[in-house]
Design a protein around this ligand. Sequence first.
Ligand code: UT7
Length: 325
Amino acid sequence: MTCYSRITGTGSYLPPNRLTNAQLATQLAARGVETSDEWIVARTGIEARHFAAPDVTSSDLGVEAARRAIEAAGLQAADIDLIIVATSTPDMVFPSVACILQHKLGIAGCPAFDLQAVCSGFVYALTVADAMIKSGAATRALVVGSEVFSRILDFSDRTTCVLFGDGAGAVVLEASQEPGILASDLHADGRHVGILCVPGHVSGGQVVGSPLLTMDGQAVFKLAVGVLENAARATLAKASLTEADIDWLIPHQANLRIMRSTAKKLKLPLEKLIVTVDQHGNTSAASIPLALDEAVRSGKVKKGDIVMLEGVGGGFTWGAVLLRY
Ligand code: UT7
């Protein structure tokens, strides 16, 4: 009998410190950086974001999201036999957030590793977990997106520091006789490494180069609107479905203008677009599982619905996963 993988539980976690645009603008003004609620809302749709306390790490946020997803799936942590964490803001250079998170869950033995595809990390991780389940290498995978982007923001650069937030989302993906993940489509183009990066690295006991995020926003914007439409169409074709079959579109939550443009190109009414960027900002690899969990818990996404997940970000990377929830 064909083996599929299916999401059986979702969870998410946001650190308690919520900062509205106005509060952030006041803090930035004290450093001589000028911005406004009006500019941020008009250009991005972001109204607020959450920032983790200085001693809180990606594994701290991720383990809370993971516990909620495992509980929602009706499982115990000991049932998990694969952990993949998508993150660009790991607790340390090594070992992986996944290993630290595994220990925090109180389990040991199953494979655990991080996956680095920046804001596309969650769709990449979900695709890898799906392939491992279909190959028989795993039966109950925990797939987490967790980030503390506040750590790598340059608060003297208003073009980036107003855009990002911290948070985590997780799903449990189980082997199943019913689908499940229907198709996925992943891509990368390393020619665009420089348009969104944290160029610094550790060498000789020091950080060499800038450890802060830098982005050519307009270049990222232009690439994003093109590739998201293509990835969605490719995924639909692989699953022999059409735009009309999509119940919910959950794109990476970076900019409401990009998200609406994708929905429009796919001829989807805006009611089918799940939006959390307004309240979370851009949480990179965490943004899709955070939005999925909110959509499930609010009763929007129901069992049997066709959901299109789409990621895009640094690398340049992009991709889509089409699933029946
Ligand atoms: O997560 C990975 C994916 N990332 C993305 O998808 C991000 C993609 N890019 C974007 O979302 C948009 O390009 C931004 C939101 C980053 C910028 O929006 P934009 O409409 O492309 O603005 P812009 O860069 O063209 O800047 C317009 C103006 C500039 O002023 P001048 O040169 O026209 O006088 C900027 O200096 O807005 C100014 N500006 C700001 N003003 C107030 C830039 N940042 C700010 C700010 N507050 N925070």
